[in-house]
Ligand binder design. Structure first.
Ligand SMILES: Cc1ncc(COP(=O)(O)O)c(C=O)c1O
Length: 390
């Protein structure tokens, strides 16, 4: 069978299951108002929560870096790619999160598939929440450690799994998202940390969506839940709230050295380009100077959840700027997504395998620069489309 015939068969199966995907085409700068597939819309999809991707200072920093340092690091950090810019960004991230050290990776995905195998291996165990991000799942696969998947947010089950796994005396790593990317709830971190540390297990907190947005200083989910600095490994991205590209891991100096020496996705990949590094540094300065961005983000997200609730629409279990409206059926979800697009709102429909079968949903993400009227109009339009207008 030719490759195309084989691909066709696979794609037919995907179409039959109602999970065929295509990429939409966006025009203009990343921001709250864009043109998507030719429609001018208010964007409620994406992770540019603090609206920094096209912030003047961030763009200027990237442009200056391109002029002064070029568009590529052109090599691995361990060969010719480690510039003073990378070192400065990592020092600034470590200071921001109150950690000894930080290390950048090229994406959050690459961070997880590098960090987890660096921390555990065959004979060890990862205790992983059932709704953890795909990159954590793939990191566990690459680590070839035993993976104990526990029901989402179930601290008792997690404690039991950690106790059992650690009885053998091997290393145990507990991995969780800070903010769950498809549900918008936060991990029960205080309980997770207590259960892990009671048995000598380390905790990897992937705060891709919580870092810079949650907590009074923007230090993320752990700060918001009063357990800042207690996870041994804090992972965040530069490509979401910071409006640049890349990721980082923050923790101890020993952790950084271990990763530099053993994390394959760090060692065998080109370093972040100077414009990305400098954009992230500029964005970090804005985050520290302008707390109003995360405060307004939280207020608008609360408003969206409330307006939907007023229409009788559940956004459970969200407590953050990621707001799911669960519909269930794949085709209906995508049809409503298309109809909203034509009404001037881009709220992406999400299906399996990004979410469990039968839980297809609109995933709404708020930005600090949305107008209240836009939030209200979105809630009204969704209610209308769901046929539940109050
Ligand atoms: C929890 C979580 N971790 C990791 C990632 C991957 O980050 P990146 O997009 O930088 O690869 C994502 C992306 O959405 C995420 O939601």
């Amino acid at each position: 069978m030719s490759l195309d015939a084989w691909a066709g068969e696979v794609l037919d199966g995907i179409r039959r299951r109602g999970t065929f995907r295509r990429m939409r085409v966006l025009s203009g700068a990343q921001g709250p108002r864009m043109v998507v597939d030719g429609h001018p819309v208010v964007l409620f999809a994406g992770s540019n929560y603090l609206d920094l991707a096209h912030h003047e200072e961030v763009v200027e920093a990237a442009a200056r870096a391109a002029r002064d340092f070029g568009c590529a690091a052109a090599g691995s950090r361990l060969i010719n790619g480690n510039t003073e810019l990378h070192e400065a960004l990592e020092a600034e991230l470590a200071a921001f999160f109150g950690c000894e050290a930080a290390l950048c990776f090229n994406t959050g995905y690459m961070a997880n598939v590098g960090v987890i195998p660096a921390l555990v291996g065959p004979g060890d165990t990862v205790v992983s929440d059932a709704l953890n991000h795909a990159s954590i799942i793939d990191g566990c696969r690459l680590a070839r450690a035993a993976t104990r998947v526990v029901p989402h947010g179930d601290v008792a089950a997690l404690a039991e799994a950690v106790a059992t796994a650690s009885a053998g005396g091997r290393r145990v790593l507990v991995a969780c998202d800070g903010v769950y990317s498809m549900d918008g709830d936060t991990a029960p971190l205080p309980g997770i940390l207590e259960a892990a540390h009671a048995h000598g297990a380390a905790v990897l907190l992937d705060d891709a969506h919580g870092a810079f947005t949650l907590g009074s200083r923007g230090r993320g989910t752990a700060e918001a839940l009063g357990v800042e600095g207690r996870a041994e490994v804090l992972l965040g991205t530069l490509g979401k709230s910071l409006g640049s590209f890349g990721a980082f891991v923050a923790g101890s100096r020993a952790l950084r050295e271990l990763l530099v020496n053993t994390a394959r996705s760090f060692i065998f990949s080109c370093a972040l380009a100077p414009p990305q590094v400098e954009a992230a540094r500029a964005a970090l300065r804005v985050v520290q100077r302008e707390p109003w961005r995360r405060e307004r983000l939280a207020a608008l997200a609360t408003r969206l959840r409330k307006r939907l609730a007023d229409h009788g629409i559940s956004t459970e279990p969200s407590t953050t700027h990621i707001v799911p409206v669960k519909i269930g059926d794949n085709a209906r979800t995508m049809e409503i997504c298309e109809r909203l697009l034509r009404r001037g709102f881009y709220a992406q429909g999400i299906r399996h395998p990004s979410v469990p079968e039968g839980t297809a949903r609109l995933r709404l993400t708020v930005m600090c620069s949305h107008e209240q009227e836009e939030i209200d109009a979105l809630a009204d339009a969704i209610a209308d489309e769901l046929g539940e207008a109050a």
